[in-house]
Design a protein around this ligand. Structure first.
Ligand SMILES: Nc1ncnc2c1ncn2[C@@H]1O[C@H](COP(=O)(O)OP(=O)(O)OP(=O)(O)O)[C@@H](O)[C@H]1O
Ligand SMILES: [Mg+2]
Length: 156
């Protein structure tokens, strides 16, 4: 599907509202693809009330919602070795957090938990305000009720 930013955010909020936990969602796509936009929307849907800054420099932010859902948002772009990943506490994160949102999951190489969702975003060359969205299930992660998605007013 191909979505504008408002549609993508609306879809992300529904994922956050409906996703079973624990779940790891890997957000793929090049710089500026909209991974942080989507991660924020998913977090908001899950009940995160704080603003969610991009974890580009901090690598990791943790949030706890009013209903005690723990959300971890990571950006692994700057990770250069698996040692750095372990220093970040990566080994414990999928076990501790209810919802793990990982930008640049490619940097974690094979270290993602077996069961996760991959959402891949890309900008079609001719339409800079739209994003193509692809969802893949790896292993058997918790159901993503918002997928297959019905986005009101979505484009073909
Ligand atoms: N349809 C769309 N969906 C999402 N973002 C869009 C869309 N159209 C335009 N944008 C813009 O694209 C940018 C996406 O930025 P964002 O920080 O989410 O990217 P990112 O994938 O997280 O990049 P990075 O790899 O640097 O973390 C924002 O400025 C947003 O306003
Ligand atoms: Mg980002």
């Amino acid at each position: 599907m191909r979505l504008d930013e408002i549609e993508l955010a609306g879809w992300g909020e529904r994922i956050g509202e409906t996703v079973g936990t624990p779940t790891v969602i890997a957000l793929q796509g090049p710089l500026g693809a909209g991974k942080s936009v989507l991660a924020r929307a998913i977090g908001r849907g899950a009940g995160v009330r704080e603003t969610m800054p991009s974890p580009s420099y901090n690598l990791l932010f943790r949030y706890v919602t009013d209903s005690r859902t723990e959300v971890v948002h990571l950006d692994l772009y700057r990770i250069e070795s698996s040692e750095e990943l372990w220093e970040l506490g990566w080994a414990q994160i999928p076990g501790e957090a209810d919802l793990v949102l990982v930008e640049w999951p490619e940097r974690a190489k094979g270290a993602l938990p077996v069961d996760h969702w991959v959402i891949e975003l890309s900008a079609p060359g001719d339409q800079p305000l739209l994003r193509d969205v692809e969802v893949r299930r790896v292993g058997s992660p918790s159901e993503l009720a918002a997928f297959p998605m019905s986005v009101s007013g979505s484009r073909r």
